[in-house]
Design a binder for this molecule. Structure first.
Ligand SMILES: Cc1cc2nc3c(=O)[nH]c(=O)nc-3n(C[C@H](O)[C@H](O)[C@H](O)COP(=O)(O)OP(=O)(O)OC[C@H]3O[C@@H](n4cnc5c(N)ncnc54)[C@H](O)[C@@H]3O)c2cc1C
Ligand code: FES
Length: 343
């Protein structure tokens, strides 16, 4: 099992716009930081009265020399301003393993992407991966004005190198006004048949893009969203604390769990009041997680047999639930036997 907390050394801090920087890391333990396009890191950042944990999407693609996150200042925000103002090459930051489900499936060859502001970060990772691996992608990218466009040059280079496969349509509020569903739908109409649509940005933009897709008849099952929010809990503190009690294998009423994770298949007793995540980590299984509060989907896995109950879920949608996805950090057993897989 890899260490749940990795220490990352900052190798570069690159200004992207007046209020956004990219931070490039190398892992201090020398092990490669493997991730999927569109995944995020959870970083531990100093705060005036201790620490906060914040998620930042990787803008680098898997296989790039070094993992990179891109952070935009939020007025009054603790972590984003600390990163933009204080982080320097040579500094170290603690991180949880890359996680998240904002990743198109391998067989989804043609993508329609909607991003606004710092929502470009995971989308850039996906575009970089697409450029390398094949498939097409069209991005509708909204920003306040030209100066606030993160990755303007990088996107231009990608479209110039792959004019037949990658296309970017810029939406500038100073020119076009606020994005609305009707005009977004009209813009995206030629690509409405894409295999998957991915949305990332501030809540009003996500709502407008989601409504545009509804107008275009895109099934919800083909839409992936990534919502940005600050974590309330501190998963680093939870890890540093004693950790969950090792569940007693013979506890009365324990269900049986079969889990497939990292190419391994294990069967374990699953005590009724223990969450799936706590159980797996107590048994040295490297199950991913971030917020532990049912809000980020980093811990999502699929139930393929049996039934579980989620104590809290603010992130999985009806379509995810219909496909059997559950949040391991919130799942407790309902049936005597449960089988779950990590994709
Ligand atoms: C999966 C995921 C991926 C993400 N990826 C990225 C990314 O790639 N790039 C990126 O820039 N961001 C990303 N985010 C968002 C990021 O995690 C932070 O939420 C963001 O940087 C703001 O954090 P902060 O600490 O700077 O602000 P916070 O301190 O959390 O404050 C946020 C806002 O709330 C206000 N506020 C805070 N506390 C109070 C209070 N007590 N009362 C009233 N107002 C208050 C602040 O003034 C500020 O306006 C992502 C989030 C998630 C969940
Ligand atoms: S760890 Fe975030 S939802 Fe479970």
């Amino acid at each position: 099992m890899t260490a749940p907390i990795r220490t990352l050394r900052v190798t570069e801090v690159t200004p992207e716009t007046d209020d956004a920087v990219s931070v490039t890391f190398e892992a201090s333990d020398g092990d490669e930081l493997r991730h999927q396009p569109g995944q995020f890191l959870t970083l531990r950042i100093p705060a005036p009265d201790g620490w906060v944990a914040r998620c930042y999407s990787l803008s680098s693609a898997p296989g790039d020399a070094r993992p990179t996150v891109t952070v935009k200042r939020v007025p009054g925000g603790i972590a984003s301003n600390w990163i933009c103002d204080r982080l320097r090459p040579g500094d170290t930051v603690d991180a949880l393993a890359p996680a998240g489900r904002f990743t198109p499936a391998v067989d989804q060859r043609d993508l329609l992407l909607f991003a606004a502001g710092s929502g470009i970060t995971p989308v850039m990772s996906i575009l970089r991966a697409r450029a390398r691996e094949g498939g097409t992608a069209v991005l509708v990218y909204a920003n306040r004005d030209e100066r606030s466009v993160i990755f303007a040059d990088g996107l231009r280079r990608l479209t110039e190198a792959h004019p037949d496969r990658i296309r970017v349509v810029h939406w500038l509020e100073t020119l076009h006004g606020l994005p609305d569903p009707a005009r977004l739908a009209a813009l995206a109409q030629p690509w409405a048949g894409a295999d998957a649509a991915l949305l990332c940005g501030p809540a009003p933009y996500m709502r407008a893009a989601a409504e545009a897709l509804e107008r275009l008849g895109t099934p919800r099952s083909r839409v992936l969203t990534e919502e940005y929010r600050s974590l309330a809990a501190d998963p680093f503190a939870a890890l540093a604390a004693a950790g969950p009690e090792m569940p007693a294998p013979d506890e009365a009423g324990a269900a049986t769990l079969t889990v497939r994770l990292d190419g391994e298949r294990r069967t374990l007793p699953w005590p009724a009041r223990t969450t799936l995540l706590d159980l797996l980590r107590a048994r040295d299984l490297d199950a991913p997680f971030s917020c532990r509060e049912g809000a980020c989907s980093a811990c999502a896995c699929r139930v393929v047999a049996g039934e579980v109950k989620m104590l809290r879920n603010t992130v999985l949608e009806e379509e995810d639930l219909a496909e059997g996805y559950v949040l391991a950090c919130q799942a407790v057993p309902l049936s005597d036997h449960v089988e779950v897989v990590y994709d």
